[in-house]
Ligand binder design. Structure first.
Ligand SMILES: NC(=O)c1ccc[n+]([C@@H]2O[C@H](COP(=O)([O-])OP(=O)(O)OC[C@H]3O[C@@H](n4cnc5c(N)ncnc54)[C@H](O)[C@@H]3O)[C@@H](O)[C@H]2O)c1
Length: 249
């Protein structure tokens, strides 16, 4: 594929680098602040002849960039986070224009495999009251949010699958934990890109499911695969739709 990268920060660079390694071409990079970017802003003209755009930038520009991608009639993969309040508007614009958008806050294929395994594990222990389930996540010392978005997604999948857990407990517990509470503990320190550790524990044994991120490459690969998947499609798709299809779920 030949595509444009919108946002040439940490993710933009990673995606261009991995994309070129995999034989794709990235002739256009758009970023108002990065001196190495080929363009400061996006226009339909610079998208002509390209197979799509991938955006990992700031949420303030997402709707304007989407409008341009729709005008240029190319699919757009959006990895930028923090624009949920504009999702309905974006959906309407995309469907009216007959365009194609894939959007989501986690493009890591490994993370989605982890979510799927955790949900299946939680579903299985419905039949065995002896097992309790809990989640611990580790991230580097500069991470600002807690629990992580990935931990909250994982916890949501557990609550969906396991009847006896009905709510999250994200604070430090001073006494015994209520049986219906799912404990999600966050540890911060060092340079850890992200570890999510689910334990299903019984008096007999422990079953553990762990996702360990090594770098941003997992997100980059997922966004490239999502853009390939989007070729020739019409619609406004959450990344989960791409993953379901891609993993034959
Ligand atoms: N969906 C995922 O899997 C996933 C994974 C990692 C990061 N993210 C999200 O991707 C986004 C970027 O992350 P990052 O780590 O690369 O951040 P970053 O700060 O390193 O880079 C963002 C870049 O976007 C540029 N930018 C700002 N406004 C722009 C606009 N209107 N048009 C083009 N470029 C613009 C900035 O100048 C900056 O260089 C964030 O929203 C982050 O939360 C998503």
């Amino acid at each position: 594929m030949k595509f444009a990268m919108i946002g040439y920060g940490r993710m933009g660079r990673e995606i261009k680098c991995l994309g070129e390694e995999k034989g794709h071409q990235v002739p256009v990079t758009v970023d108002p602040h990065a001196p190495e970017a080929t363009h400061k802003s996006l226009s339909a003209q610079i998208l002509s002849g390209l197979d799509g755009v991938i955006e990992f930038a700031l949420p303030q520009g997402t709707l304007t960039n989407l409008k341009t991608a729709l005008e240029a009639k190319v699919p757009m993969v959006i990895g930028t986070t923090g624009w949920d309040d504009q999702l309905e508007k974006a959906r309407k614009m995309t469907l009216e224009a007959g365009g194609c958008v894939v959007y989501g806050s986690n493009y890591s294929i490994g993370a989605h495999i982890f979510f799927q395994l955790v949900e299946e594990g939680a579903r299985l222990i419905n039949a065995v009251d002896d097992y309790d389930i809990m989640l611990v996540e580790h991230h580097h010392k500069n991470k600002v949010d807690s629990p992580s978005g990935t931990a909250l997604t994982t916890a949501g999948r557990i609550l969906k699958a396991l009847e006896r857990k009905t709510r999250l407990e994200t604070s430090a517990i001073q006494g015994a934990i209520a049986p219906e509470a799912l404990h999600v503990a966050s540890v911060r320190g060092g340079s850890i890109p992200g570890i999510h550790h689910v334990s299903m524990d019984s008096p007999m044994d422990t079953v553990e499911i762990i996702h360990t991120a090594r770098s941003r490459q997992g997100f980059a690969l997922g966004s490239l695969l999502a853009l390939s998947w989007a070729q020739g499609k019409k619609g406004f798709f959450p990344v989960e739709d791409f993953i379901q299809d891609f993993l034959n779920l």
